[in-house]
Design a protein around this ligand. Structure first.
Ligand SMILES: Nc1ncnc2c1ncn2[C@@H]1O[C@H](COP(=O)(O)OP(=O)(O)OP(=O)(O)O)[C@@H](O)[C@H]1O
Ligand SMILES: [Mg+2]
Length: 327
């Protein structure tokens, strides 16, 4: 089997914060807790979960913008967890990011062409920079006319195309897309998803795609991991995960999606996700999902469930599922 291009191994990210009225108590936000995942070359890997479950923190750790508190990140066989300064630059050429809001991630004082050219210059591109910028814009469906436009002169979708062209400028193998289409109108979302799919096939890219719209993740991603309070609850091939979810949290997330078909809605066994996500400053003992879980058992309050392989490629961390898989 081909080795993974990205391996996240037992990664935890804890942020020290101050709390209490006088801000004197020191506490830890446990944003990511013991996450292990592998991404294979050329696949689109989805990361889903409610707000605050640690998706962006994990993405920023992969991008080496945040340090892992524990664990290791391997890229193409190299441990990049502790690389600093110059030793990070080869990695920075192989991994790029596309963020949610291109308006805030693009410099408003720079024209689109210069925004992309800047990346080429930083990475010491040896060829004709202007020609390469036009080529990158073309790959992203933008004509030369956009070269001299400022971000505010473009639509949201056009700005995100510039954000993608900028990510492609380093010729990356892996692109981290953190809510890359979430801020766009539905029709524009579809165009950008089509562009991402097209680029993946043409350039053999691997994606770590973070999204909260399950239908988009299902459509775009080959495999999906479901996170809750910093932990991965379930990982499976996309079709398998949505057709046969094993973790009660995954089932609740899928159930929480409004179904446009009223008949199937009325037939559905509704188990809406109740209650708030607990604070990562003081996560529940045992399985972090147990206070909201409809099938929690005594053991769930005490023991953190170990991820178990249920069928090849389908992994869940749930005491109940392991002893009694749902079919
Ligand atoms: N620099 C930081 N210092 C302290 N806490 C942080 C920091 N960055 C993130 N957090 C906390 O870590 C937790 C995870 O946040 P994160 O942004 O990774 O979640 P997310 O899954 O991306 O959420 P969303 O879907 O809203 O984007 C949250 O409780 C957040 O408040
Ligand atoms: Mg986020």
């Amino acid at each position: 089997m081909v080795p993974p291009i990205l391996r996240i191994e037992g990664v935890s990210v804890h942020f020290p914060v101050r709390k209490g009225v006088l801000q004197r108590q020191v506490a830890e936000v446990r944003a990511v807790e013991n996450v292990t995942l592998s991404l294979h070359p050329g696949e689109a890997f989805g990361l889903v979960g409610e707000s605050g479950c640690g998706k962006t923190t994990l993405a920023r750790t992969v991008l080496r913008l945040v340090d892992a508190t524990e664990g290791a990140i391997w890229f193409d066989g190299e441990n990049i967890t502790n690389l600093k300064g110059k030793s990070l630059s080869p990695y920075r050429k192989r991994v790029a990011a596309v963020f949610q809001d291109p308006f805030s991630s693009l410099n408003p004082r720079m024209k689109a062409g210069s925004i992309i050219a800047e990346v080429l210059t930083v990475h010491k591109y040896r060829g004709d920079v202007q020609a390469r910028v036009i080529e990158l814009m073309g790959l992203c469906g933008l004509s030369e006319r956009f070269f001299d436009l400022y971000p505010h002169q473009m639509s949201g979708g056009q700005r995100q195309r510039i954000g993608i062209a900028r990510a492609l400028a380093v010729e990356p193998d892996l692109i981290v897309c953190d809510e890359a289409v979430s801020a766009l109108d539905v029709s524009i979302q579809a165009q950008i998803i089509n562009l991402l799919e097209d680029l993946r096939a043409r350039l053999n890219l691997t994606y770590l795609f973070i999204g909260h719209d399950l239908s988009i993740v299902r459509h775009l991603c080959d495999r999906v991991a479901v996170m809750y309070l910093g932990r991965v609850m379930e990982t499976a091939d996309s079709e398998e995960l949505f057709a046969n979810p094993q973790h009660p949290y995954t089932r609740a997330l899928i159930d929480a999606v409004p179904n446009p078909d009223p008949l199937s809605e009325s037939l559905r066994d509704h188990k809406a996700l109740k209650g708030e996500v607990p604070s990562p400053l003081d996560p529940p003992t045992g399985c972090v999902f147990h206070p909201r879980c409809p099938i929690a058992m005594e053991v769930c309050r005490k023991v953190v469930p170990t991820p178990q392989v249920l069928t090849p490629g389908h992994v869940a961390a749930c005491h109940a599922t392991i002893s009694n898989p749902v079919n």
